[in-house]
Design a protein around this ligand. Structure first.
Ligand code: ADP
Length: 159
């Protein structure tokens, strides 16, 4: 069974993430979307909220939603997964992703990182931008799934 581990913050899940998962399912039998929990970062949505958002937006039995803390390669090993999936957007992603992939390869050479390009509509879309725009009640419809849009509206009600 071909399994890919797709790690990230997903705070919140965007249509860019979704498009990546959907395209990955053409190549893999299963995709584990794994929320990295970082005790130093204060997220907008809790891990449980994010898990629920992803489950609701991708109700596909081939997609598992999980969370982990600590080293990604350690978690991949625990899960017996050899492929880490990351998305590449604009050139600005490249440097950081390259560093990360190299470090992960150094930590465990059995684990391969593969990159998929985002679809052009979501090239400049990031969770951070979504959070910022939504916090000022800007319209992010079309950029996030409907359930996430509702959660954002609840989080930032119009005064
Ligand atoms: P991280 O904090 O690890 O960057 P993110 O949730 O921002 O977590 O992103 C998780 C993964 O999804 C990363 O590989 C990132 O490049 C990718 N990604 C983020 N936004 C998009 C997008 N709009 N299209 C495709 N991939 C994306």
């Amino acid at each position: 069974m071909r399994v890919a581990l797709y790690p990230g913050s997903f705070d919140p899940l965007t249509n860019g993430h979704l498009s990546l998962v959907q395209r990955a399912l053409r190549m893999f039998d299963k995709v584990i979307v794994a929320i990295a929990t970082n005790p130093k970062k204060v997220p907008l949505f809790t891990v449980e909220e994010r898990k629920a958002q992803i489950r609701q937006a991708v109700p596909d039995p081939r997609v598992e939603v999980a969370d982990f803390h600590g080293l990604l390669v350690q978690y991949a090993r625990e899960r017996g997964v050899h492929v880490i999936l990351r998305g590449l957007r604009a050139v600005s992603d490249f440097e950081y992703e390259f560093q990360l992939a190299n470090m992960n390869r150094k930590l465990d050479s059995d684990i391969e990182t593969i990159f998929m390009m985002t679809s052009e509509n979501y090239f400049y879309l990031s969770s951070q931008l979504v959070r910022e725009v939504a916090s000022f009640n800007g319209d992010v419809s079309g950029l996030v799934p409907d359930n996430v849009l509702r959660s954002l509206k609840a989080k930032f009600p119009k005064e």
